[in-house]
Design a protein around this ligand. Structure first.
Ligand SMILES: [Zn+2]
Length: 199
């Protein structure tokens, strides 16, 4: 790649975005070039403004243009419930579903012996502090259904045992419309072990 060429440079930058390989990056850049005034300039202004404004929420660890973030300060959120997630991507995924109206806490990863991540590397102290200082009655552990996610959830459960909290885990199970035959063994065994009484 010729980095002196501005268009090639732009394609290179786009190709670093998750989900965009060199081919998609080339198509995206070509689209921008064709819509220079209606899209490209607006994008440049928006990128610059957002880069200058973005910060981590001191309370929950979300990324927003203000701290506390817009979720933490919103009046109609249930301030007694905290959903604990591994990453901001997970927080945004739950927000997109529109089914949860409580608060969040972003751990910033999982415990991992392989990657040398310990409890000190995660935002667990700040979670405990929030529980002590606020009127929190329920914690939903929404870590991923991976070995590391489960280990982290178990660890946090132990840490929070001293508080009088309603602790829950996300149910793992069958995707809507899923056929048993097509499921991986992990999903099927999680669905089986989280089975409910038939009413
Ligand atoms: Zn926040």
């Amino acid at each position: 790649m010729n980095k002196d060429n501005q268009i090639e440079q732009l394609i290179y930058i786009f190709s670093k975005i998750p989900g965009l390989g060199p081919r998609s990056a080339r198509r995206a850049v070509l689209h921008l070039l064709r819509h220079k005034d209606s899209l490209m300039r607006q994008m440049a202004i928006s990128l610059e403004a957002t880069a200058n404004a973005i910060k981590f929420c001191d309370t929950c660890g979300n990324m927003d243009t203000s701290s506390p973030c817009s979720i933490c300060i919103k009046h109609d959120r249930d301030k007694t419930t905290i959903c604990v997630v591994e990453s901001i991507a997970d927080l945004w995924a739950i927000e997109r579903s529109n089914i949860y109206s409580g608060l969040y806490h972003v751990l910033g990863g999982t415990l991992s012996a392989v990657n040398g991540r310990t409890a000190d590397d995660l935002n667990i102290d700040s979670l405990v502090r929030r529980i002590k200082e606020n009127n929190i009655s329920e914690i939903i552990l929404a870590t991923n259904a991976t070995m590391e996610g489960q280990t982290t959830a178990f660890y946090i459960t132990e840490i929070l045992a001293e508080f009088n909290l309603n602790l829950s885990r996300l149910a793992c199970g069958l995707p809507i419309g899923g056929e048993l035959d097509y499921l991986d063994e992990g999903t099927l065994s999680a669905a089986l072990s989280a089975r409910k009484a038939f009413k």
